[in-house]
Design a protein around this ligand. Structure first.
Ligand SMILES: *Cc1c(COP(=O)(O)O)cnc(C)c1O
Length: 374
């Protein structure tokens, strides 16, 4: 498809094979541990841990969204953490240094501990404020997560990537919150775009999946080799469901971003709320960076209610917003993030993910729940 096509057009056709008479538009999932393979054991399809036709179509689709019109390589994984671990563990050796976010996804510090145990020097820097710049000397990899989860800080990807490359470091961006329709890390200069496709990318809260996209074929080969070794492969059913879900990506993300902005604007007026964050809000500290590199600002809004009890009353009073973790789904969800203990957030901190409900219904439900929680 032409690189100039719109996001909706690209999303509905992404990764589809050429039409074949009597064949479906998107071929069904191929369930196979092994494939018929007489003679020399050469691909494309040999054994189910190495490759699968359903992954191939999904990987092509994701690549078309991450870098329209460019020849990139995508490797799909069983989860976002599998994708993240594949980049970090395939690239870093004992004696290397890596810069990780201090305020990133809650499982990232566990990965950091494991890297340290393997002799990798782990440095950390907060997402906002460019503190990464002073950590780059001698580093092999800079890892950034923007917007960050759950704080929604945004860093200047072009600036950090330029500085990292000048220092001889590669750059990986966790693009989970934005999705490729929100920002394209490779276009901004990054070497890897990595994401949990469990969230907005697939959007129905019914599967876990992840991916890594990069331009460099040698880096992609290392990541693919890691998948083979670790065996963190996606199931064909999940891969197919994900591909099917991508057809509605633009519709979902468009509505979710509009709902998130409407919620953020309404929440701004509430005096019981502090620390409201949404990168698309002109008053937000992330806005300047976000407008420079993001095409859409995401489904997640975060804010702080006065205390734990107040936050729990709010969550309990919601009818259209599920009290559940994760985000980016078609049904709105929210949670008191402090209940997990992994993030440095106040007790009343709420992460709310806007779904595709009608904006007036969603707003009314949230405002009513806030009134009841007072
Ligand atoms: C959820 C999430 C992950 C982990 O993804 P899984 O699919 O749950 O393994 C990684 N990074 C970010 C930013 C996330 O939100």
């Amino acid at each position: 498809m032409s690189a100039g096509a719109g996001d909706g057009t690209r999303a509905v056709r992404a990764g589809l094979p050429e039409p074949v008479k009597y064949e479906p538009t998107l071929p069904g999932p191929v369930f196979a541990a092994h494939f018929h393979l007489p003679g020399e054991p050469v691909g494309p399809y040999t054994y189910g841990r190495d490759s699968n036709p359903t992954w191939t179509l999904l990987e092509r689709a994701i690549g078309e969204l991450e870098a329209p019109g460019e020849p990139v390589e995508t490797v799909a994984f069983a989860s976002g953490m599998a994708a993240i671990s594949a980049v970090l563990f395939s690239l870093l050796r004992a004696g290397d240094a890596v810069v990780l976010p201090a305020d990133g996804y809650q499982a990232l510090p566990l990965v950091g501990e494991q890297l340290t145990a393997y002799g990798v020097e782990v440095r950390t820097a907060p997402t906002g404020g460019d503190a990464q710049l002073s950590q780059l000397k001698g580093a092999r990899l800079l890892w950034i997560e923007t917007p960050s989860n759950p704080g929604l800080d945004v860093c200047d990807v072009r600036r950090l990537t330029g500085a990292a490359h000048a220092a001889g470091a590669l750059v990986a961006v966790d693009n989970t919150l934005a999705t490729p329709l929100g920002q394209r890390p490779l276009e901004l200069g990054a070497d890897f775009s990595v994401a949990s496709d469990t969230k907005g990318m697939t959007g129905h809260g019914d599967l876990l999946l992840g991916h890594v996209t990069c331009r460099d074929t040698a880096l992609a080969a290392q990541v693919r080799r890691w998948r083979k070794i670790a065996g963190a492969i996606p199931g064909p059913m999940e891969a197919w469901l994900a591909h099917r879900s991508l057809a509605t990506l633009q519709l979902r993300i468009e509505r979710q971003c509009a709902n998130a902005l409407a919620l953020a604007e309404a929440l701004q007026e509430r005096d019981e709320i502090t620390g409201l964050r949404y990168p698309g809000l002109p008053s937000d500290p992330s806005y300047a960076n976000a407008t420079r590199q993001m095409r859409r600002y995401g489904a997640v809004v975060s804010f702080v209610l006065p205390d734990r009890g107040h936050a729990e009353r709010f969550l309990g009073a919601l009818r259209l917003v599920d009290d559940a973790t994760s985000f980016g789904g078609v049904r709105s969800s929210a949670e008191r993030r402090g209940r997990w203990g992994g993030d440095a957030v106040p007790e009343g901190f709420i992460r709310l993910s806007a779904g595709v409900e009608d904006p007036e219904d969603l707003l009314a439900d949230v405002l009513r729940a806030l009134d009841e929680a007072r």
